[in-house]
Design a binder for this molecule. Structure first.
Ligand code: TXA
Ligand code: MG
Length: 520
């Protein structure tokens, strides 16, 4: 069964209807022909796997692979996994098959294990981000396997989420991030595992676990006799040297709300954690098992919590299955904090890896205000923003497109700000450059013409660049008061002041553009 999901996102540049293909089992004849052909022809298809949903493209189509990076907003130094239905055509993808591979393949594939091996020349560099190795996986999910057969090409697929967001474990999550931007989503219900595959490096001895997943070092030892050691970032390592698995350095899996891990084996621990956050008007969300929630409720906790429960008693595997859905579902209710159950033990290592990343402290979102000289409008905007909306979640800076670095803010701007209780006398002009544009989470230009010029300077960041007019209901630019008397400065100040809350909302809803390096 198919239905079309129209694009409803306003600022999307490439609009299309997304076909959602609902699967049934046994898989009806021919149902995957169209998406299979689309993949082979260079289109993008989101599909289920047993771990998470993937955003697929043909590994042999560099332009389609590049589109995946663009769609996800994924840093180009983070390589993709190549998916195959079986090891039959492995030599198309890999140049040398390490000795350990066949033992591991027999024990764990098809399944949630990804092997890093030397890459073949047929795999374009864009897939591996220039590395000499390639990651290969053989999913067990029947629809994924049938799709790869229909495509007849190796399929690259990162998790089908916008970079930094929790990975998708339901087709609904993929729609949330990509409706109207990709032609096909195959919906085969919730994913069984719930976290991404274990990634192991077969080019090292012993084998290294680059990313923990549901298959653990103990599983590997028990089923194959092979030793696998976890890769842990070396704090003394050269920060510019690439880590063995580049994806592990980025902050992932993060909802907008802050996340706190509750190491609470019983209801009393939960009640205490909830109590620590209870404050008037503060909205608390929580993720735990159904049985634990019954106990917590029985212990007489405040009922205004938003709660996501997974079925049954506390269980690490079940918690893992529901983790990303819980983070996404609870985040939609815009809580002030999400409390999530903590686990110990190897079986929970993937769950805790993702949860720790989701709860890592995050730097504030940066709003960069831009005008011409950085002595009137943009420093006023910066000062107004930080005074009214600045917090540990969002912070403003400013720069000028033609600034004299070090030039003081104009006297009239200082006066206009002083009238509303803000001291900005210490501001000095900064010259704008492209790295500043690329580093900011949201760039706000004073006029539409400036916004257009900035978009030409850093085209990949265009969606994060707006004019004040874009967030005003009257669509007006902020005119330059330079050289004019105080009333012109007051007008600029008041126009800017009116837009600050809307800019703050935009900045927070935008999410972080890039994540800090976790090797520190
Ligand atoms: O379960 C999964 O693995 C899912 C499903 C869709 O298959 N895919 C997935 O892909 O999680 P992605 O792109 O979100 O994560 C791939 C991870 C990243 O951490 C990346 O750095 C690492 O694999 N990786 C890919 N190629 C690599 C290579 N040649 N060497 C080391 N790490 C590699
Ligand atoms: Mg991912």
């Amino acid at each position: 069964m198919r239905f079309r999901w129209p694009n409803t996102k306003r600022r999307c540049r490439r609009k299309m209807a997304t076909d959602v293909i609902l699967m049934s089992h046994p898989i009806p004849e021919g149902v995957l022909e169209r998406p299979g052909r689309a993949l082979a022809d260079g289109d993008i298809v989101a599909f289920p796997t047993e771990t998470v949903y993937g955003l697929g493209a043909s590994a042999y189509r560099p332009e389609a692979v590049a589109r995946i990076f663009q769609l996800k907003g994924r840093p180009s130094d983070n390589p993709l996994i190549v998916h195959l239905p079986s090891d039959e055509h492995l030599s198309d993808v890999v140049s040398v098959i390490p000795e350990t591979f066949s033992t591991l393949y027999r024990a764990f594939s098809p399944g949630p294990l990804t092997y890093v091996m030397p890459k073949s020349d047929r795999i374009p560099d864009v897939v591996t981000a220039g590395l000499s190795t390639v990651a290969v996986r053989f999913p067990s999910q029947p629809t994924a396997r049938a799709l790869f057969e229909a495509a007849g090409v190796p399929v690259v697929a990162p998790s089908a989420n916008v970079s930094g967001r929790p990975s998708p474990t339901r087709a609904r999550h993929v729609l949330d991030d990509f409706a109207g931007r990709i032609p096909f989503i195959i919906d085969d219900g919730p994913c069984d595992v719930g976290v991404e595959s274990t990634v192991i490096d077969l080019t090292s001895d012993p084998i290294r676990i680059l990313r923990p997943g549901i298959i653990t070092a103990s599983d590997i030892l028990e089923k194959t006799g092979l030793e696998a050691v976890p890769w842990t970032p070396d704090p003394d390592a050269d920060r510019d040297a690439p880590p063995p698995s580049p994806g592990m350095k980025y902050r992932h899996y993060a909802p907008n709300a802050p996340v706190e891990i509750v190491d609470a084996p019983d209801a009393h621990g939960w009640v205490a954690a909830i109590g620590r956050h209870a404050a008037p008007g503060r909205r608390i969300a929580a993720f735990m098992s159904e049985a634990m929630w019954d106990d917590v409720r029985g212990a007489g906790v405040d009922r205004t919590l938003s709660v996501y429960t997974y079925p049954g008693p506390p269980d690490a595997v079940e918690a893992t299955r529901h983790l990303f859905d819980a983070l996404r579902t609870l985040d939609r209710q815009t809580p002030d904090i999400i409390l999530a159950e903590g686990w110990t033990g190897e079986v929970a290592s993937a769950y805790m890896d993702r949860l720790k990343k989701a709860s890592a402290p995050r730097p504030p979102q940066e709003v960069l205000f831009v005008c011409t000289g950085n002595t009137c409008r943009s420093p006023m905007a910066e000062a107004l923003f930080n005074a009214r909306c600045g917090s540990d979640r969002v912070h403003a800076t400013s720069a000028g497109m033609a600034a004299w670095p070090g030039m003081p803010i104009t006297d009239a701007a200082v006066t206009a700000l002083r009238e509303v209780g803000i001291d900005a006398e210490a501001h000095r002009a900064r010259q704008l450059d492209v790295p500043m544009l690329e580093a900011a989470d949201l760039v706000i230009a004073m006029t539409a013409a400036q916004r257009d010029a900035l978009r030409r300077l850093a085209p990949t960041r265009a969606e994060r660049m707006l004019a004040v007019a874009d967030v005003r209901t009257d669509g007006r630019d902020v005119d330059d008061p330079y050289g004019q008397a105080l009333p012109a400065y007051r007008r600029a100040r008041d126009m800017l002041s009116e837009t600050m809350d809307a800019i703050r909302e935009r900045a927070i809803s935008m999410g972080s553009k890039s994540a800090p390096d976790l090797r520190a």
